[in-house]
Design a protein around this ligand. Structure first.
Ligand SMILES: [Cu+2]
Length: 299
């Protein structure tokens, strides 16, 4: 009976593997910084932490699918092979050492396979490399305030754009996705370690950017922290991820990753309190970046 069971386990395992091959199909055209219609899986990662999160997510998914298919296979097999018609005299077996050892040891091995990368990932997320830039993000009902203490401490608020303002930007060839685009984005240089100190002025909020793999609660009276090092230029969006009241869905986070020169120019404009000029610098950089992409695609 033990051998029959093991044979069934092997068959169920093979069925699981076949499903994994189907699951691991390649992603389609790349959109950075936000989710797209019909998306499967997580956003394209642009930091090491986010890449590791995606790898861990895939690993756990493969294991879940394999286990679910295996158990389903066993159940179908048992119903089929041990029904009254085919199995008139049931076995009176009460113990089977091999099977008992297997169903104890295999789950332990699976848990260890999950635990090792899980702890490695936690360690990566919470061992902060030395900061090149520190930003303070404060959650308010219902917008974010962002402060740059290293650059003289200028502060600005980030409010979600309404449809009219978005139309204006889109008409200029800029991207402004609905419920995500904001008036004043957080701006950071590419390939620099950015620490974000996060707090809240009223209730709990959460500062999140999925493509960076950052998600940190904003707690009134406390300072929490996260870090990222973005490896690609572009605008990366996230949404407040802690239910904070009626406009919770309308206080997105938008982080624009730019070249160091663009960042420096933007900081100068911000320091001089020239908000329009600062935004203009960013828009010019985005149009240039898009132009380069179009040119590269045409080659
Ligand atoms: Cu919220």
């Amino acid at each position: 009976m033990g051998t029959r069971l093991i044979g069934a386990m092997t068959r169920a395992g093979l069925a699981g593997l076949a499903a994994l091959v189907l699951f691991a199909m390649p992603a389609s055209a790349e959109v950075l910084g936000r989710s797209v219609d019909g998306q499967l899986g997580l956003q394209t990662p642009v930091t090491e932490v986010a890449r590791e999160i995606v790898a861990f997510y895939d690993l756990v998914n493969y294991i879940i699918i394999a286990v679910a298919l295996f158990v389903l296979g066993l159940m179908v097999y048992v119903v089929f092979a041990f029904g009254e018609k085919r199995n008139q005299t049931p076995s009176r077996t009460t113990h089977n050492t091999l099977v008992e050892v297997l169903w104890t040891v295999l789950p332990i091995i699976i848990l260890v396979i999950i635990a090792v990368p899980s702890f490695k990932l936690l360690n990566l997320q919470y061992s902060y490399p030395k900061a090149d830039l520190t930003i303070k993000a404060t959650g308010n009902q219902w917008y974010w305030s962002h402060e740059y203490p290293d650059q003289g401490g200028f502060v600005f608020d980030s409010y979600m754009l309404d449809d009219d303002s978005r139309e204006e930007l889109i008409a200029k060839g800029l991207q402004a996705p609905r419920n995500l685009a904001v008036d004043n984005e957080v701006v950071v240089p590419i390939n620099k370690v950015v620490h974000v100190l996060v707090t809240a002025a009223d209730v709990l909020h959460n500062w999140t950017v999925p493509a960076f793999g950052t998600k940190t609660d904003a707690v009134p009276g406390r300072l929490t922290a996260t870090w990222f090092k973005a490896e690609r230029e572009g605008v990366f969006y996230g949404q407040c991820s802690e239910l904070c009241g009626v406009n919770h869905a309308f206080m997105p986070v938008a982080v624009r990753v730019v070249k160091q020169e663009t960042f420096d120019a933007w900081v100068e404009a911000r320091k001089a309190d020239e908000e329009e000029k600062a935004i203009e610098i960013l828009h010019k950089a985005e149009l240039e970046l898009n132009g380069n992409k179009v040119a590269a695609a045409a080659q």
